[in-house]
Design a protein around this ligand. Structure first.
Ligand SMILES: *Cc1c(COP(=O)(O)O)cnc(C)c1O
Length: 466
């Protein structure tokens, strides 16, 4: 399996090189040259596999340059820190299926990709006898999931900037209580935008970047998407096995379009068993507007909501889908993205929108509706949703009568205890904390407080990077 760029500007490369490249060097996103499909015999063979085994079967379809022994070891290592052997259990809540993606070390679905990516990076760096310093900025979930993905790994250091006092207390503690020596939390006296601007600026300093072997773990790495394809297939097989269903729909709380793009890859892989993907957005709804209006138009600003991990202005993985919508024509993608840079807008033709609406149905959910959904589901079933998951559940409910007749799986992307304040507003009390958070306030913390200043951050990296 070779990998290409959505903008056509790189020679096909191996899977391993694609992981190390991250963003394609022509500014595009990396995709497999061909999306694999699994016929009925293969899908039948997958029935009854546990999560680890299925992960190996699915992921290995996309990788031909790592031995099966090494890949299996990497997958086992990635998912051994989850608090259930099922890794991503499904539970029935009323007439919905909830796919719990929050059983990893930081209680959000990003663990599923980043536990795998951390092991993969470490493996490739060892093989190449190289080191890497990961640098990133976080407003919450991604930073802690990235830290847990690489903590304790010999050939990697990680520097994560967060705005001091401006991430939720639990999210800050999840990052700063990690004792491993290769983890450097930098608390910036400033906003998340300051953090992002500093990181961007440092990555643009090419000599500094190569001297300190800086790398990123942002949501555009193909290996992250790949790891997420697995639980869509797992869910279908679970429902088929338990309830005999042949087709399922998924409702996906969406921000940067990474998770739901993994759903699209799964839909192509096990066609026709995934009927539709529900693209659920909060008030930051550029993608819902795309489905409704046929134009992808940048929002004026980001609206802060109770589902902060979906608060985005543009969806960084959307270019991957455009590539298929444009009939895998990289020149058209390149032109469209150049136009988007200039005008902030891409307009799609009616045929393209017919295709897009076959793949996705979409709804944008307001904050009051999100809170009301948490309240109603709790009242009716006793189950506590986190606000991101509630956006997906509300979208599924809104669309189910109009469009869909199948079993709907709602992706639960975070544990409610991570967003205790909003949950309390909805149901009157805080959700029960899982074991991993129980005494988190009592653990020692480590962070470096720095001003919102590029020079200060660079000096600190220089001092600590190895
Ligand atoms: C990141 C995140 C999302 C959005 O996922 P995308 O892949 O960016 O669409 C949804 N919910 C939670 C809890 C997240 O952390």
């Amino acid at each position: 399996m070779k990998y290409i760029s959505t903008r056509g500007g790189i020679e096909p490369i191996s899977f391993k090189d694609s992981v190390m490249m991250g963003l394609a060097t022509d500014g595009g996103l990396i995709l497999p040259e061909q999306l694999p499909t699994a016929g009925p015999e293969i899908i039948e063979k997958w029935e009854g596999l546990d999560y680890h085994e299925l992960a190996y079967e699915v992921i290995s379809l996309f990788i031909d340059d790592i031995t099966s022994k090494d890949l299996k070891a990497m997958i086992d290592n990635a998912y051994k820190n989850f608090d259930t052997p099922e890794v991503t259990p499904l539970v029935k809540v009323g007439d919905l299926h909830i796919l719990e993606l929050f059983h990893g070390p930081t209680l959000a679905f990003k663990d599923i990709a980043l536990q795998f990516l951390g092991n993969l990076f470490s493996y490739l760096l060892k093989e190449r006898n190289e080191k890497m310093n990961i640098l990133g900025a976080t407003s919450g979930d991604t930073g802690s999931a990235a830290i847990y993905g690489v903590k304790g790994k010999e050939n990697i250091n990680i520097f994560i900037l967060h705005p001091h006092g401006r991430v939720s207390p639990i999210q800050a503690l999840q990052m700063t209580t990690v004792p491993d020596k290769n983890v450097f939390n930098i608390a910036i006296n400033g906003t998340f935008d300051d953090c992002q601007a500093i990181v961007k600026n440092i990555f643009n300093d090419i000599p500094f970047k190569s001297q300190y072997k800086l790398g990123a773990v942002n949501s555009i790495n193909w290996a992250r998407i790949l790891a997420q394809v697995v639980y869509y297939v797992y869910s279908f097989l679970w429902i088929k096995n338990k309830e005999g269903a042949e087709r399922v729909d998924f409702s996906v709380p969406t921000g940067n379009f990474g998770d739901i793009f993994a759903g699209y890859v799964a839909r192509r892989l096990i066609s026709p068993h995934i009927e539709r993907l529900i693209l659920a957005t909060n008030e930051n709804n550029i993608l819902t507007r795309f489905i409704m209006e046929g134009r992808y138009k940048i929002a004026q600003r980001v609206i802060p909501t109770v589902s902060p991990s979906m608060d985005i202005q543009i969806a960084s993985n959307f270019e991957r889908y455009i590539y298929y919508l444009f009939g895998q024509d990289p020149q058209r993608v390149k032109r469209a993205m150049e136009q988007f840079e200039k005008t902030g807008e891409i307009v799609f033709n009616p045929d393209e929108m017919t295709m897009a609406r076959e793949d996705f149905a979409s709804a944008s959910i307001s904050q009051p509706e999100t809170i009301e959904t948490i309240r109603a589901v709790y009242r009716n079933t006793g189950y506590v949703l986190d606000p991101h998951t509630a956006v997906g559940v509300a979208a599924a409910k809104r669309l189910s009568s109009a469009l869909l007749r199948h079993s709907i799986v709602c992706l639960a992307t975070a544990h409610p205890a991570k967003f205790a304040r909003t949950v309390k507003e909805a149901i009157g009390h805080e959700p029960k904390r899982p074991a991993s958070l129980e005494d988190i306030e009592k653990r020692p913390t480590r962070l470096k407080l720095l001003p919102a200043d590029i020079g200060a951050v660079k000096a600190y990296i220089q001092q600590q990077a190895t």
